[in-house]
Design a protein around this ligand. Structure first.
Ligand code: SF4
Length: 338
């Protein structure tokens, strides 16, 4: 249970204990805002792009420049699930928002400031590609997916709009347990550039077993989010991102279940991605759960046969394959990010 600290100058609590904050800061998270429910972390691919060159699958699939991408969350200590494959620290997540709420404008500006602060020291490294570092000083994109469940942040529509006002594109990744927030994003004209829902369970039983929901009716809510996704056609780009585990959700029964869920959501894109044996999941799952790229490709082909989606691309270092709904989605997958 998190000890609630009182942030300086406010009367509302923060949700992380001193020890948790210390651990997160040591791991490279920079906390944003007085209530410390938001954070940025310079991702592996951003560092790599600046130091030795290279880029992540978001660059290959959609044209996002890795050195100009900010990894951010407004809900670091909160999630409605404790997924067995989560690489963060699900044991510390609370499903209830127990902190004070920082304003959307403040945390959007704070996130960019924190990213630039974290990149400050790079020019001291002789390996740095200065042209790439200079590009990193003008972030173009925010991935709202670093940790926790972002739809729990009550001011999410304002936050997305704020990033867009700042000239940034946004990817928002949700576990789908808050359809009412997806609805609000649509109603308040605050849809992200690309809306992601995660896809790891293929029926209610595997949902309970793999995602360990922390509140009732999450499967029903997830299905409602998939239906909402289908209604967003033409309003935002939509993606289902799969987390594939060799022995847990790559069976023939899983393909049947996934096919039904993909048909329900009709996303523009499906990313079939390997589970990564890192972080907290190390304790629960075996390394053997990580499929190879060849196994992911084989699985994607079977999924394509069932759904009619087109296997389009892959990024070996991230162990992921991209499927597109049709040729139009294939043609239009590259984003213009400034
Ligand atoms: S929904 Fe995401 S953040 Fe929450 S426990 Fe699962 S993987 Fe971790």
């Amino acid at each position: 249970m998190a000890i609630c600290l009182e942030p300086a100058g406010t009367t509302q609590p923060a949700a992380l204990s001193k020890e948790q904050l210390h651990r997160l800061e040591k791991a490279g998270y920079e906390l944003v805002g007085p209530h410390r429910h938001s954070a940025v972390k310079v991702c592996h691919w951003c560092k790599k792009a600046i130091l030795t060159g290279g880029s992540c699958y978001k660059n290959r699939f959609y044209g996002i420049s890795s050195e100009q991408c900010v990894q951010f969350t407004p809900a670091l200590p909160f999630c409605t699930q404790k997924c067995v494959f989560c690489w963060r620290d699900p044991a510390s997540y609370s499903a209830q928002w127990t902190a004070g709420v920082d304003g959307a404008k403040d945390i959007a500006e704070g996130a960019i400031k924190a990213q630039l602060h974290n990149l400050n020291g790079f020019p001291g490294n002789s390996k740095v590609n200065m042209a790439s570092w200079k590009r990193s000083q003008k972030p173009r994109h925010v991935a709202i997916s670093l940790a926790g469940e972002p739809t729990l942040y009550p001011q999410l529509p304002e936050l997305v709009k704020e990033f867009h006002r700042m000239g940034l594109t946004t990817f928002l990744a949700s576990n789908g347990t808050r359809p009412e927030m997806v609805e609000r994003l649509a109603d308040e004209r605050a849809l992200p550039t690309q809306l992601y829902l995660s896809l790891a369970a293929f029926d209610q039983f595997s949902h309970e077993r793999l995602l360990l929901p922390q509140e009732p009716d999450t499967w029903k809510k997830y299905e409602a989010s998939l239906e909402l996704m289908a209604s967003l056609k033409g309003k935002a780009r939509t993606v289902l991102r799969m987390t594939l585990m060799r022995n847990l959700n790559m069976t023939d029964a899983a393909i049947d279940g996934f096919t039904k869920l993909i048909e329900k959501a009709q996303p523009d894109y499906v990313e079939a991605k390997s589970y990564m044996h890192v972080g907290a999941s190390y304790i629960i799952l075996e390394k053997d759960e990580m499929p190879t790229q060849a196994q992911i490709n084989d699985f994607s082909q079977k999924l394509a046969q069932e759904t009619g989606y087109l296997v389009t691309d892959e990024h070996g270092p991230s162990a992921v394959t991209l499927l597109c709904r049709d040729e139009k989605a294939q043609r239009e997958r590259m984003l213009k990010t400034g």
